[in-house]
Design a protein. Sequence first.
Length: 295
Amino acid sequence: MKNMYNFVKNTHKNISWITIIDSWKPGENIWLIAITHWNEPVWLKIFEYLVNEFKINEKLKWWKIYLIANNIEAYIKYSKSEDKNKFRFIDDNMNRVSNKKFKNWSYEHKRFYELKQIFDEIDFVIDIHSVSKWNDLIWISDTKYKDKAEKFFDVETILIDEIWNTWSIIWEFIRKWKEAYWIECWNHVDDIWFKNWVINILNFLVYYWFINWRIDKKHDNIKIFEFIEEIKVKTDNFKFISDFINFTKIWENEIFAIDEYNELKHNLWTDIYLWIIAKNPKKWDWAWFLFRKLK
Ligand SMILES: [Zn+2]
């Protein structure tokens, strides 16, 4: 918790939790946003690495990098909580509010609209998340940036989607023709894979000439999955049939979860892959996704 306060003091236009690394040369700005969900502490490790170890402020060639902690109330609650996976947000999923009517009692709604005031200053966005299941690092890209994503992301898997469907934070940028991605890091608190996450963020900065470095790429055969469906948990009595790891192929009419009395299966004609982001998803939260494998 102590280190977090390196970032707490910084504000931008009276908006809290924004640290700006400025090269003092004009141009495009990149926004690294993080901690949309409270149980995803990788943001802090990445911010700290960039600022304290990598010394990004000395290496930045031009433009600005904004380091933004989105949902800090949730993170503070997470830090004090005994059950680290209990909730993902205070009262609404900030990554699904952009199409919703403004709720003035909701922390996430207020924070989202506060940040929205500075969206125009931003040209590129990476939204950093993590998951509670085993996974290599995964990038999520809008369909229109798929070819680009393959050039600089060193990952096993890229997920593509029509991001406008998701009402996520990055959708706000994509609809204005700005480039935005979403990254899902391996298990929330893992040190071994931390380097991989960082390499990918540095690769992105190199590709767009923010820093003089080299693109580090070990994966040649990137698997690409296309999003098909996202499903919500409807009851408190929800259970996956087995401990699905990574992307699991499921057959037509194969039951993969039970939501009280409802057996979940797909009846699509094609091969479908299931990907779970939360081991014990909560009622009314998005918890798993169905994909089609493109490559
Ligand atoms: Zn998340």
